[in-house]
Design a protein around this ligand. Structure first.
Ligand SMILES: *Cc1c(COP(=O)(O)O)cnc(C)c1O
Length: 231
């Protein structure tokens, strides 16, 4: 695992420099669904500082076992409204916000524990029926609405593109997310809004993270390339 992590950091560094970006502007989120708490602990000793989880119950169990470990926790799965209360207790970032109802519930639950919850809006760029995420054309409106929630901080956008073997086929989805971010930035608000930054683009997985970085990813979500195939 140590060697795989080293290789991924090398690839991130290369993709960053080939696109004139700072290595430090890209964060590696190690996606640990189905991976044991002990293996996560090992990954952290090899330089992993952010963990991605897709299921709330699994995350709660591992979070309890790994109390105090120096990592940030990122939720990347589909979040049901009735699980928001657990999510705000664990996660520094929730990448998969795709409805007003979820924003409202996260705001209520974050307020209860005196927290400002970082979120990303998940956008369904491919308009796939099976994927969650809001449609591209509805994203600007959701961003506008979020500005009135005091316990929510909107950091940017996330996409899970359809699966292709060839990263070049995925690249248009990455550039579409970046373009949407630029459109939102330039048209939605005339000045800075206190709880919206829109700096982050969560995109790129084991098979295509280099292309994602070249298209502007700031958070890459990598599972199998670190931990191996999921059992
Ligand atoms: C599982 C998962 C990943 C990681 O995928 P790999 O191909 O294993 O790197 C990234 N993002 C999301 C949303 C996932 O569910």
């Amino acid at each position: 695992m140590e060697q795989r992590i080293t290789e991924i950091y090398d690839s991130i560094r290369k993709a960053a420099s080939s696109s004139n970006r700072e290595f430090g502007s890209i964060r590696l989120v190690a996606v640990a669904k189905t991976v044991s708490a002990e293996r996560i602990r090992t990954a952290v000793t090899y330089g992993i500082s952010a963990i991605g989880e897709s299921y709330i119950q699994e995350a709660r169990e591992k979070y309890a076992l790994l109390a105090g470990i120096p990592v940030s926790w990122h939720f990347i799965g589909h979040l049901q409204t009735n699980k928001a209360k657990y999510a705000v207790k664990i996660f520094d970032f929730i990448h998969s916000v795709d409805s007003m109802r979820l924003v409202e519930e996260l705001d209520i639950q974050a307020k209860k524990i005196n927290k400002v919850q970082n979120i990303l809006i998940q956008v369904n760029i491919g308009k796939e029926d099976t994927k969650s995420g809001i449609n591209e054309e509805d994203a600007p409106n959701l961003v506008n609405e979020i500005s009135r929630f005091k316990n929510i901080f909107l950091k940017g956008l996330m996409v899970i593109p359809p699966f292709f073997d060839d990263p070049e086929k995925v690249r248009p989805y990455f550039s579409a997310l970046r373009n949407l971010r630029e459109r939102i930035r330039s048209s939605l608000y005339s000045g800075p809004v206190e709880n919206i930054s829109m700096d982050e683009l969560s995109m790129g997985m084991s098979g295509d993270f280099e292309a994602a970085i070249e298209e502007g990813a700031t958070l890459v979500r990598i599972g199998t390339a670190i931990f191996g195939e999921r059992g």
